[in-house]
Ligand binder design. Structure first.
Ligand code: COA
Length: 373
């Protein structure tokens, strides 16, 4: 199949029904189970959204308190998983650490019996930060951190384990909002991958491992890391403009721009841009943000292309002290509840996903015995 063929990349094709989210539908924008992303990112918390996606409704106050407590209680890693994590070299990519950690946990605590699909979803959502930061500190300093420390939210847990101290209120709120923005996005590449794996009746860990693999590439989740590499390579806004003009002339992709579904703007981008601005001001370090804004303007002017969620997330994460190679793993922590909701939905009305390919190779070739070739 060539990239010009009508089904290349399945662009524009409806490949299934979902009740979980709308992406870019006229008049609806981005909604999770009918709630707008604008409301959720400004009024709710990540745990509320995770509960909404996993359990299909917003929690009331006591359900939320119980859910938070349950997630906190699921942070501890089994000793056997720690031994696996301790074997992974310090220069491994953190996405590979999460992929390995998820797979290993699936052998230690396989789904089934008392471990329901909802239990697995919550366990992974709660323990991905534990896995990542246990490995991070151990591989660098041989220190075995207490992976259960750090407040009662996913955002505080992650930032506390990363930096060894409680985060500022601004950093905590910004990360929480960013986790909401990254939590779910309909039939994107990694979610579709997870649904394909689920459609074979495989277990949930396999579906999430496959989702992590699909998310890793720079055309999908890896774009936030690639955006940071670009933004941080300039010392002035003018330098950034000249370099981006050169890249466009050479028809190079600028990571963090464009989208398969959105045509005019990504509704998540304005929310994260505002957090990026506030964090930059708080740090009294505006260069990265100013460079990003200039690149944004150049792309609008030259290509009429808009920033997607990944572009300003890079600036925001940088100012939260998150190392660049952990940007996509943060996306995993957020997206696990969205992937899981799709696993459940696929299972509830399953049919094996097995499309057909259009054959374009040679036909009717005569077989030549090996000794005559
Ligand atoms: N930088 C430069 N040009 C871009 C671009 C980008 N980030 N995104 C799209 N374009 C250009 C394409 O080259 C194409 O130009 P052409 O018509 O002259 O060939 C045109 O815009 C249309 O793009 P198209 O290839 O049809 O988009 P797509 O739907 O296949 O791809 C993405 C969507 C997201 C893969 C694509 O925009 C991209 O690669 N973006 C960068 C990676 C990224 O940020 N990914 C995260 C997505 S949330």
């Amino acid at each position: 199949m060539t990239s010009g063929s009508r089904s290349a990349g399945l662009a524009g094709m409806v490949v299934g029904e979902t009740r979980i989210s709308t992406v870019g539908q006229e008049g609806h924008g981005l909604t999770y189970r009918g709630y707008s992303i604008e409301d959720l990112s400004s009024k709710s918390t990540f745990e509320e959204v995770a509960y909404l996606l996993i359990h299909d409704q917003l929690p009331n106050a006591s359900q939320l308190a119980d859910y938070r407590a349950q997630l906190v209680s699921m942070r501890a890693l089994p000793p056997a998983l720690k031994i696996v994590l301790e074997q992974i070299p310090s220069d491994a990519h953190p996405m590979d650490v999460l992929r390995t950690g998820c797979s290993a946990l699936g052998t230690i605590e396989p789904e089934g019996g008392e471990r329901s699909q909802e239990w697995v979803a919550d366990r992974l959502t709660s323990s991905f930060a534990s896995m990542l930061l246990y490995w991070y500190h151990f591989s660098r300093t041989a220190r075995r951190i207490d992976e259960t420390a750090g407040g009662d939210t996913i955002a505080e847990h992650f930032l506390t384990l990363l930096n060894g101290e409680a985060p500022s209120d601004l950093a905590r709120r910004a990360l929480d909002s960013s986790l909401i923005l990254y939590a779910e996005h309909e039939f994107n590449a990694s979610t579709f991958t997870a649904r394909v794996v689920t459609s074979t009746l495989a277990d949930q860990h396999s579906a999430i491992v496959a989702g992590i693999g699909a998310l890793r590439g720079p055309l999908h989740g890896g774009a936030n890391e690639a955006a940071m590499e670009l933004q941080s390579s300039f010392s002035t806004e003018d330098e950034a403009e000249t370099a981006v003009m050169g890249m466009l002339e050479r028809r190079e992709l600028i990571m963090g721009f464009g989208h398969r579904v959105y045509r005019d703007f990504d509704p998540r981008s304005a929310v994260i841009q505002e957090w990026a601005r506030q964090l930059s001001e708080d740090r009294e370090s505006m260069l990265l943000y100013d460079v990003a804004v200039r690149i944004d303007r150049v792309m609008k002017r030259e290509k009429n292309l808009f920033t997607n969620l990944d572009f300003y997330s890079a600036v925001a994460y940088h100012h939260m002290g998150i190392p660049t190679e952990m940007f996509t793993p943060v996306f995993v922590i957020a997206r696990t509840c969205g992937w899981s909701a799709h696993v459940f939905e696929q299972r509830a009305d399953n049919r094996l996903i097995r499309p057909a390919g259009e054959y374009t190779g040679p036909m009717e070739r005569e077989y030549v015995p090996i000794e005559q070739r």
